[in-house]
Design a protein around this ligand. Structure first.
Ligand SMILES: *[C@@H]1O[C@H](CO)[C@@H](O)[C@H](O)[C@H]1NC(C)=O
Ligand SMILES: *[C@@H]1O[C@H](CO)[C@@H](O)[C@H](O)[C@H]1NC(C)=O
Ligand SMILES: *[C@@H]1O[C@H](CO)[C@@H](O)[C@H](O)[C@H]1NC(C)=O
Length: 202
């Protein structure tokens, strides 16, 4: 009897999960090929489940909280690092911002508008939008310790590296990112995050 019960329990467990899909992390599904351990998913798509919080590990071994996952579009959105309100510095400034390994199946999607804050004047030579109408001004006005600094924004499109968002001491010391920014949308409606996409496994 016990063996029959065990058999059916195992059967229902395997039925509940598609082959090799990882169990939920907290309330969040972890669709294949994403992987939270050696025994599930595909190890090239490594994420971290830390006490029920799903996290994305960067090339610098920093972790970023995963806010949502869309298996259909093969995208996930991570939380940008926090900006210290006392000095307008992102918490990952020590690693020069966010970076994905070049060999990783993940990259930064083209739907991110990246905003850089507290930039030095030589940024003005770059093709970024640092004008008084740049969307980053709207964010600056909300006070995050970055009021009245030189700020710039850019769409992370195909002309940009898709593996990093770079900041540095003496350059721009903080950043944030908004997914699918609509013109004239107020800051309250912005979808803060960095959208990553992944290649399907072969
Ligand atoms: C900067 O962005 C604003 C808002 O999207 C736009 O109206 C303006 O033309 C842009 N300026 C430059 C120099 O790209
Ligand atoms: C801006 O950046 C400089 C140099 O990286 C830093 O010393 C300063 O604390 C930052 N914050 C503000 C608000 O200027
Ligand atoms: C990022 O990854 C997607 C999905 O694999 C791919 O289609 C796209 O070309 C990549 N973008 C860059 C700039 O490498």
């Amino acid at each position: 009897m016990a063996i029959v019960l065990l058999f059916f329990t195992l059967l229902s467990l395997t039925n509940a999960l598609p082959p090799n899909e990882c169990p939920k992390c907290g309330t969040m599904e972890v669709p294949y090929p994403l992987s939270t351990s050696q025994t599930c998913g595909n190890p090239n798509y490594k994420l971290i489940c830390n006490n029920g919080i799903l996290q994305f590990p960067s090339a610098d071994n920093l972790v970023y909280k995963i806010l949502s996952i869309n298996p259909t579009t093969m995208t996930l959105i991570i939380e940008p690092s926090h900006i210290n309100q006392n000095n307008c510095q992102s918490s990952d400034l020590g690693s020069n911002g966010f970076r994905i390994d070049e060999t990783s199946p993940f990259n930064i999607s083209k739907r991110n508008t990246v905003m850089l804050f507290n930039c030095s004047n030589n940024i003005l030579l770059s093709p970024l939008n640092c004008s008084s109408t740049s969307p980053c001004r709207q964010f600056e006005d909300q006070a995050y310790g970055c009021e009245n600094t030189l700020c710039c924004s850019y769409l992370k499109d195909s002309s940009m590296t898709s593996h990093r968002i770079r900041i540095r001491a003496g350059g721009c010391s903080a950043y944030t990112s908004v997914v699918d920014l609509k013109p004239k949308e107020s800051v309250d409606a912005w979808n803060f995050g960095i959208e990553l996409q992944w290649m399907p496994p072969n």
